[in-house]
Design a protein around this ligand. Structure first.
Ligand code: TNX
Length: 540
């Protein structure tokens, strides 16, 4: 019937339809004005209808009405389309906003366009009543802009795509070995030096091929403010990630004193040009701590998010083992080993963030050697880290790489462009369950939600990011939002049926998704691309 994605909790259809005309009005009641401005702008540009302001507070008047309704949860909404028009009521402005997204889907794919296709088109909404609200409060997408930079406009576009799928947490992976992407005023070389690399490995890290041209870019603090405000208008929280103590070669290339200078000559390091786990990690010195406190001070001023991500993943301990400075620190702190040194490092920022009213979140390696109190975990190496963290009373975001790493290939065939990692098809993602059955209901309450991750080693531009993200992100959105049954019992055929309508929406949005049927575009011309470069799964 309504072909909504993600599927609502409940929908009852009636007979008849609301028709929006040149006389239809849009009224936004108290507390919903910003949603009204967003919806009005989106629908006016797509339909060309004037949608003037309504008069009666909260009344649809045959047009569209928005209002708050006490008693609903902050993200819950109720949409009623009947002889009075379309009325969207939400527990909070966020609920009204998600209801507005549903309305846009009900109006048909052309409601996603940025200019009207013709004046004579009719715009109708079937009579129905929808009661809806999210399963999880953290419905995330992580975008890695370090491996390949995505200019600001592309990020804003992704925020729109997230909103269209009712996703509400944008995890912004801003720093890594291959690039530092956020302006830090007190440490200008982070972007002057750290945001550009001379060349880039093409394909999998074992590939012999290089792209011999510089790659880089960064966001100024004004860009970041714009991104955060744009997200907030769409009820999306931006969680910044500054990776410590591993994945830091770009920072060390800019400020060599941040590295383990008693082990290697860090002045010889440049921004990394290939992929994998990098041995050049931060030195556990007071200087490094003060430097990053300065970084985080600027980060906190830009991002209002409760959570701040500090990375914490893939920190090889070899340099710390060989470093006299690191070993002296281990002795001085009375620590058992290098794993505990990593915990101490993370624990420092946990306390530091808590003192400033924020909460630390990190990849599940932050569990090794003892988890810092109050910290939350992004469980990426499967479910195990998340289960251990939840049992210890820590909040968890489930994002296991075996299930929701969208950089991994989505088809077993040899034609996937640069097919890395495990095969995870659209159906696999649809059957992903964020809450592992071994958790008790009490432990499961620590699962804040789930997140799909887009690592961009093999995604050099928007189109490649789109191809990896879609259509799987639509299935993921339904997993995160809708009250689906157990994985085996999910009706994938029904999802695919609704996807037929959703592909038309993605077309209107200009998304370069992986085509669901028929030969892939390049298969029609065999030999154009050649055999892609591959490594054995689960390669990275
Ligand atoms: C593992 S997920 C990583 C990333 C890579 C990704 C590729 C995580 C915390 N670390 O650095 O980009 O695999 O799939």
């Amino acid at each position: 019937m309504t072909e909504l994605i993600p599927a609502p909790r409940g929908a009852v259809t009636g007979a008849g339809e609301v028709r929006l005309t040149r006389h239809s009005r849009l009224h936004a009641g108290t507390g919903t004005e910003r949603v009204g401005r967003w919806l009005g702008a989106a629908l006016r540009q797509a339909t060309g209808l004037p949608l003037g302001e309504g008069r009666e507070p909260g009344e649809a008047e045959g047009g569209i009405g928005l209002r708050l309704r006490p008693g609903l949860g902050p993200e819950e909404y109720r949409l009623v389309s009947d002889g009075n028009g379309v009325l969207i009521e939400g527990g909070g402005a966020a609920g009204v906003f998600w209801g507005a997204q549903t309305l846009r889907q009900l109006l048909g794919p052309d409601a996603y366009r940025r200019a009207p296709l013709g004046r004579d088109r009719s715009w109708t909404v079937p009579y129905l009543t929808i009661e809806d609200g999210p399963r999880f409060r953290w419905r995330g997408l992580m975008l890695d802009v370090a491996r390949h930079f995505m200019p600001k406009e592309g990020v804003l576009r992704y925020l729109d795509l997230m909103a269209a799928h009712k996703l509400n947490v944008f995890h912004f992976h801003l720093t890594d070995d291959q690039g530092w992407r956020i302006e830090i005023e007190r440490h200008p070389r982070l972007t002057e030096t750290g945001s550009w690399r001379a060349r880039t490995k093409t394909g999998h890290r074992a590939s012999p091929l290089w792209e011999d041209k510089p790659h880089g870019g960064y966001y100024t603090q004004d860009d970041i403010r714009e991104i955060v405000a744009y997200a907030a208008e769409r009820h999306i929280t931006v969680v910044p990630e500054i990776d410590v103590p591993g994945h830091s070669q770009a920072a060390i290339a800019a400020y060599p004193e941040l590295g383990n200078t008693d082990v290697i000559d860090t002045t010889s390091l440049s921004v990394w040009d290939t992929w994998g786990i990098n041995p050049n990690v931060l030195a556990p010195t007071d200087n490094t701590l003060r430097f990053y406190e300065g970084v985080f001070e600027e980060v906190l001023a830009l991002f209002p998010s409760e959570f701040v991500h500090v990375g914490g993943d893939e920190c090889p301990k070899d340099q710390w083992q060989r470093s006299e400075t690191a070993q002296a620190r281990i002795r001085e702190l009375g620590l058992a080993d290098e794993d505990e040194l990593q915990s101490w490092f993370i624990g420092h920022f946990d306390t530091w963030l808590a003192e400033r009213g924020r909460r630390l979140i990190g990849w599940d390696e932050i569990l090794e050697g003892g988890l810092a109190g109050g910290a939350a975990v992004s469980s990426w190496r499967g479910y195990a880290g998340g289960i251990a963290a939840a049992r210890a009373g820590h909040d968890v975001v489930m994002c296991p790489e075996q299930q929701v790493y969208l950089d991994h290939r989505q088809d077993p065939g040899p034609e996937e462009p640069v097919p890395i990692g495990w095969v995870r098809t659209l159906e696999d993602v649809y059957r992903f369950e964020p809450v592992p059955p071994e958790l008790t209901p009490g432990e499961a309450r620590h699962v804040l939600g789930t997140q799909a991750n887009l690592w961009t080693e093999v995604m050099e531009d928007h189109a490649r990011v789109d191809y990896q993200a879609f259509p799987r992100l639509a299935a993921f959105a339904e997993v995160a939002w809708s009250p689906l049954p157990a994985p085996e019992a999910r009706d994938f055929a029904d999802f695919e049926r609704r996807m037929a309508a959703h592909y038309r929406r993605l077309d209107a949005l200009g998304v370069a998704y992986r085509p669901p049927t028929g030969p892939l575009p390049w298969q029609r011309r065999p030999g154009v691309l050649g055999r892609p470069i591959d490594g054995p799964p689960p390669s990275r």
